[in-house]
Ligand binder design. Structure first.
Ligand SMILES: [Zn+2]
Ligand SMILES: [Zn+2]
Length: 239
């Protein structure tokens, strides 16, 4: 198991550089773009506030998961930290992101019986050397005191090369992406992922678990990608 504990850069905020016991100081933390106005089911950021609102996609094509919870919008600087963690093995960011997600889950009083990180395809795992979702699951689990397991779900296809296929064919391919290795005797599972982009992976993984007999599947992710052309007031546009 990898861990962010070997990181020696503690002592100053990684954003503004002030002396801080935290990776991100309280002032910088308060400026991060949080996903507060979102579809109640798939957490896609919405431009207009509305109570109990579902996005068009969830209304037209209801997903197999009950809900996605993603506290951040996938924008800089959280986006940069996720990619440093994923592609440059900046494990201290994994620790920070996982702990933040765990704290946000606690603040919302969300709970499940088991956490299952979204698996990588074996080839991708070899290439990257670690599964970022499993690393995050470790830190979320530490924070919320819910067990996590990796031997539940297997990814058998990458889900690439979808161009030129019909919607139905694409959906069928996505569905075949995951195989359930064993169905745990639990009432609810949180699938853990770093980012939810289109929601297609979350849909496919949740569907596999639901079909295997898990009564309730939710998704916990660090960040949610907005739909193209959605405008937000970000730190970049403000300054
Ligand atoms: Zn700072
Ligand atoms: Zn939605």
């Amino acid at each position: 198991m990898l861990s962010g504990l070997d990181w020696l850069g503690a002592g100053c905020c990684q954003v503004c550089g002030v002396s801080s016991a935290h990776t991100v100081c309280a002032l910088c933390d308060a400026e991060l773009l949080r996903n507060q106005q979102a579809c109640q089911q798939c957490a896609v950021p919405l431009e207009q506030a509305a109570d109990a609102m579902l996005c068009g996609e969830c209304l037209r094509n209801p997903p197999s998961f009950s809900q996605i919870f993603a506290p951040f919008i996938y924008q800089s600087p959280v986006r940069d930290w996720i990619s440093q963690f994923k592609y440059q093995r900046a494990l201290h960011w994994g620790r920070w992101l996982g702990t933040e997600l765990g704290q946000a889950v606690q603040a919302q009083q969300l709970t499940v019986d088991l956490i299952v990180p979204v698996p990588l395809h074996a080839a991708r795992l070899c290439q990257r050397g670690f599964n970022q979702s499993a690393e995050l699951a470790h830190w979320v689990s530490q924070q919320v005191q819910i067990p996590w397991r990796t031997n539940i779900l297997q990814r058998i296809h990458q889900g690439v090369g979808q161009q030129g296929l019909s919607r139905r064919e694409r959906q069928r391919n996505m569905r075949r992406q995951f195989r359930v290795l064993q169905t745990p005797a639990v009432q609810s599972i949180a699938l853990l992922d770093d980012v939810v982009t289109t929601g297609a992976t979350a849909r496919a993984a949740a569907q596999a678990l639901r079909r295997a007999g898990v009564p309730r599947v939710v998704v916990w992710a660090v960040a949610r990608t907005p739909k193209p052309n959605t405008s937000f007031i970000t730190a970049e546009t403000m300054s």
